[in-house]
Ligand binder design. Structure first.
Ligand code: ADP
Ligand code: 5GP
Length: 184
């Protein structure tokens, strides 16, 4: 059973900069282990199967739900996403800080199963800046961007459920704040 804050959840609206910050965090801190999620969405151009995500067909994803293969899972902007259960306990017992980069519904499930997990909400400096970033990234269709921005409004309202809110204005400042919260 996980009893310390070795399990860290980072949540925030699509386009806020989670991926960018997590990448920098991992490069700088070898103690941190990022859980690779499963998803049914199509890979983006640069994404590699089993590195960025386990890209699964919907049937396979549903089969894994039935087999209790996910620590948590949720539907987001028309696709399924989930954290594979395997490896998490092992990594924690090895002394790693296990990081989950997941959306709000999944974060709520983790809070229930692991009350001691540390939950960080990553917020944009403004909604306008969020929209600029998600469009500027150029990876999503217009339909997907609209779904993501609509969902962002709900997610931003849930900030108070989190242990800490970090605003991603300057990347380096946000990263230092996250490291401090994680005791790094
Ligand atoms: P997420 O993983 O939360 O969806 P990304 O990490 O993909 O977000 O970032 C979305 C876009 O915003 C990317 O183009 C990224 O380079 C840019 N970005 C991230 N953080 C910042 C920041 N602090 N200032 C300006 N642009 C940023
Ligand atoms: P994207 O399609 O931009 O990679 O991710 C969309 C959303 O799904 C992001 O908010 C991301 O944090 C979330 N996500 C990624 N993996 C998981 C997961 O395993 N579980 C849950 N619940 N959300 C996830």
């Amino acid at each position: 059973m996980t009893s310390t804050r070795s399990l860290i959840v980072i949540t925030g609206p699509s386009g806020v900069g989670k991926g960018s910050l997590v990448k920098m965090l991992l490069e700088r801190n070898k103690k941190v282990w990022l859980s690779v999620s499963a998803t049914t969405r199509e890979p983006r151009d640069h994404e590699v199967d089993e590195e960025d995500y386990y890209f699964l067909k919907v049937d396979r994803f549903k089969e894994l739900i039935q087999k209790n293969g996910f620590l948590e899972w949720a539907e987001f902007a028309g696709n399924f996403y989930g954290t594979p259960r395997a490896q998490i306990d092992q990594k924690i017992s090895e002394g790693r800080l296990v990081l989950l980069e997941i959306e709000l519904e999944g974060a709520r499930q983790v809070r229930k199963s692991f009350p001691n997990s540390l939950h960080i909400f990553l917020a944009p400096p403004s909604f306008e800046e969020l929209e600029k970033r998600i469009r500027g990234r150029g990876t999503d269709s217009a339909v997907s961007i609209n779904r993501r921005l609509n969902r962002a409004k709900e997610e931003l309202l849930a900030q108070k459920e989190f242990d800490a809110v970090v605003i991603n204005d300057e990347l380096e400042v946000a990263l230092k704040n996250i490291e401090k919260l994680m005791g790094l």
